[in-house]
Design a protein around this ligand. Sequence first.
Ligand SMILES: Nc1ncnc2c1ncn2[C@@H]1O[C@H](COP(=O)(O)OP(=O)(O)OP(=O)(O)O)[C@@H](O)[C@H]1O
Ligand SMILES: [Mg+2]
Length: 338
Amino acid sequence: MIEASGLARTFTTKHGTVEAVRGVDLSVAPGEIVGFLGPNGAGKSTTLRMLTTLLAPTAGAAVVAGHDLRADPAGVRRRIGYVAQGGGTDPAVPAAEELDLQARLYGVDDPAGRIAGLCARLDLEGLADRPCGALSGGQRRRLDIALGLVHGPPLVFLDEPTTGLDPQSRGNLWDHIRRMRAEDGTTVFLTTHYLDEADALCDRILIIDHGRIVAEGTPAELKRRVSGDVVTLTLAGAPLGLPAGAADMAAEAEAAGAVGGDAVARARAALSRHPAVREATVTGGTLRLTVDDGDQALMGLVRALDAAGVELESLHLARPSLDDVFLTVTGRSLRDAA
Ligand SMILES: Nc1ncnc2c1ncn2[C@@H]1O[C@H](COP(=O)(O)OP(=O)(O)OP(=O)(O)O)[C@@H](O)[C@H]1O
Ligand SMILES: [Mg+2]
């Protein structure tokens, strides 16, 4: 649905040149929801504006929704929907008029039916007569999305669809975006600062920083790239809730005494032979293991410990967060950067 190579954009300002996007390659398959994640100024909107023909690239090429960006921008525009970061409605104009105008501009058959359907789907019923300026932030964002979808495009670009919305409105909007794909097969390319949004919504994530894509993969793949999953095992007899790797001396001594060095040694021996375990640290009666794929490894680890006669009190599997991923690939936290 999108094939871009070497897309770049430089701006010339009074104070010099800004290399906003420095050679982006990307490929989006039909029906995918792809997230473009990055801090402020990373180049997300600039890339989106190039892909939607609103901004001419300084270099590079792209085919978007089957049409060449440079040779046939009108063909691209007919097949895509675009929801700008700041929206594009006139505060004085009623929502219904904005929708009607958009539908007519695109030559939609049966505009009234199409608009009624969209309003029902995006929970905009009863709001059509209000001026856009009198809608709440969440309502306006849903209207922006309805405007981007009026002509039923197979590909839609959403620039920060949920920024500024409360958690419930964000969740609702995520549902709408999922339904867009499930019911119409719409391909969605969206930008976001929110790691949880990218994680919850996207099949695939591209992380952009300083105009370059620095990492790409499914949310699960990206998290696995960081350090693997972490399995924490507490041996029977050890105090529950002992913080792995940070136990104070008293807890450690107590745990070692209660569990017995023997059980710990047996557990260590059984796990050191296990192929899934990349790294193991022992704190008192708690073992912290780094494994490649926690879901896969878990049963095998339990069986190995069982065979070695080690009894377990508790078992916990944790995955690194996208925050960890961002920190690993960019060297800074997304929150700091934003
Ligand atoms: N018209 C312009 N003239 C000069 N510089 C620009 C222009 N548009 C964007 N830039 C610069 O390009 C860089 C990338 O901007 P862009 O809007 O693509 O970032 P973004 O990732 O969308 O950020 P945000 O999360 O804040 O929306 C920034 O440094 C920005 O100041
Ligand atoms: Mg932006």
